[in-house]
Design a protein around this ligand. Structure first.
Ligand code: CMC
Length: 432
């Protein structure tokens, strides 16, 4: 933790051999101290090296605050626990994107934009038939989000705040439609149109599960659980996918292209794909003779990952996992749908949190550990879990894309330390 003297310091001194330089010190709202190395190379010829960005602050951002040591997460200053308890996904999205909780009028206006833009172009609907039924919904989602830039050309260049609001509403609304269509295509089911009067979550469930001839009703507890899931995933500062969105945005790429790249980054099992990997791991125990302690030993022996555990930033229980753990039990009880995977997950957590390997490395459950069990309870198929994460993360990606644009920031372009061959000559084929 920074001492008062460190917080008061204006500069940091760095000595490299016979070269001494002073670097500015930056202090954030929550007393995070950083050394600004922007001019280091210009002044000394030296760069910094930080494989995997373990200790690199890549931006100054006003959006989300995390304190990994204390297990704190706040969107625009508001604790995640308060938002989970009181907010809706759309209100939280507006908070993230525009910086403040909306007034009733602002909220109603944004909702009307979501309704206005909930459909996708008819030609785009037909594009779904071009994907094989076995195509992964994440592949379809990223392709289709990028494709939106072909059909929304009027908001590719944004002149003012109204254009940004319009583009944000389109993307948040249309990702829900695209995601549901990706699933329905994979099932060979006909596509249904959205219902403008429905809430965001109800409309998503309708698009997923109703049919053109049969509109389904959904339990309010299911819709509330879905909203909670989306709120908890709405932003998480400079994670891999958000950094990707910022990186792409910094080249001047449009919002749709930047967010399509975010979907690709999210797909991997170390990031958003972990919610599927967790369920696979729990199923492995459920459907075999293997006990929880046996799986733990196997994970350690083979140096495998226990999915849903560990985090780059949190050294404590992920606050999102804490909320999900509480709610998943309540939701299963309310819906009268006990899930053996929840009992296995709880046992796995107990065993891991008393295992020296996990304790000594500060490995606690992260957001993905209980989220899949919640999604199972509300009927979402496993291959859609990471897509659900992407729907939730969209406001965070948009807020970060907007921040890059507004800061008029220079292109993100890290340097490297080259460790390859020194200069050598080209050798023609016949001499190799
Ligand atoms: N299971 C077993 N060992 C682990 C795990 C795990 N889940 N996570 C970290 N470790 C070990 C790792 O092997 C290393 O051990 P050693 O010091 O002996 O080499 C040590 O703990 C430090 O881990 P790290 O890999 O340096 O940590 P990282 O900050 O690079 O990676 C992480 C963070 C989330 C990628 C990693 O913890 C992980 O792979 N977890 C499983 C995948 C997962 O649940 N991902 C979701 C993350 S939260 C939501 C999201 O971002 O999408």
């Amino acid at each position: 933790m920074p001492t008062p003297a460190m917080l008061a310091a204006k500069t940091a001194e760095l000595t490299i051999g016979d070269c001494k330089t002073e670097l500015p010190v930056v202090v954030g709202t929550e007393q995070e101290v950083a050394v600004d190395i922007e001019k280091l190379r210009a002044e000394t010829g030296v760069i910094t090296l930080d494989d995997g960005y373990r200790n690199t602050g890549s931006v100054k951002s006003d959006i989300t605050f995390i304190n990994g040591e204390e297990g704190i997460l706040r969107y625009r200053g508001i604790p995640i626990e308060q938002l989970a308890e009181n907010s809706t996904f759309i209100e939280t999205a507006m908070l993230l994107i525009f910086g403040e909780l909306p007034s009733a009028d602002q909220f109603a206006h944004f909702r009307s934009l979501l309704s206005e833009h909930e459909m996708i172009h008819e030609a785009m609907r037909h594009s779904f038939l071009g994907f094989p039924a076995t195509g992964h919904p994440m592949a379809i989602l990223s392709s289709m989000i990028n494709t939106l830039s072909c059909y929304n050309t009027d908001v590719l260049e944004m002149d003012d705040e109204k254009d940004v609001e319009n583009a944000a509403a389109r993307l948040i609304s249309k990702i829900r439609t695209v995601a549901a269509y990706a699933y329905r295509t994979s099932q060979g089911l006909p596509l249904v149109y959205p219902e403008p009067e429905y809430s965001y979550c109800r409309n998503f469930m309708h698009l997923m599960f109703s049919s053109p001839t049969r509109q389904l009703e959904f339990d309010p507890d299911v819709l509330r659980a879905l909203s909670l899931f989306l709120i908890l995933h709405a932003d998480h500062e400079q994670n891999c996918s958000t950094s990707t969105v910022r990186m792409v945005a910094s080249s001047g790429a449009n919002l749709f292209a930047s967010c399509a790249a975010g979907v690709c980054a999210l797909w991997g099992p170390l990031h958003g794909g972990a919610n599927v990997a967790v369920i696979d791991q729990l199923q492995r125990i459920h459907h075999s003779d293997m006990s929880v302690p046996e799986l733990m030993e196997l994970v350690k022996q083979r140096k495998e990952k226990l999915y849903g555990f560990g985090h780059r930033v949190y050294r404590k229980y992920d606050p999102r996992a804490k909320i999900l753990r509480q709610h998943v039990t309540k939701v299963l009880d309310k819906l009268g749908k006990p899930d053996p995977l929840l009992d296995i997950a709880k046992e796995l957590e107990e065993v891991a949190l008393s295992d020296d390997f996990f304790v000594s490395r500060d490995l606690y459950p992260n957001v993905d550990f209980y989220s899949g069990i919640l999604l199972r309870a509300i009927g979402i198929p496993t291959n859609m879990y990471t897509v659900m994460f992407a729907i939730g993360r969209m406001p965070g990606w948009i807020a970060n894309w907007k921040e890059v644009r507004e800061a008029n920031s220079s292109i993100y372009r890290p340097r490297q330390v080259y460790t390859g061959q020194p200069k050598r000559d080209y050798v023609p084929f016949d001499q190799r």
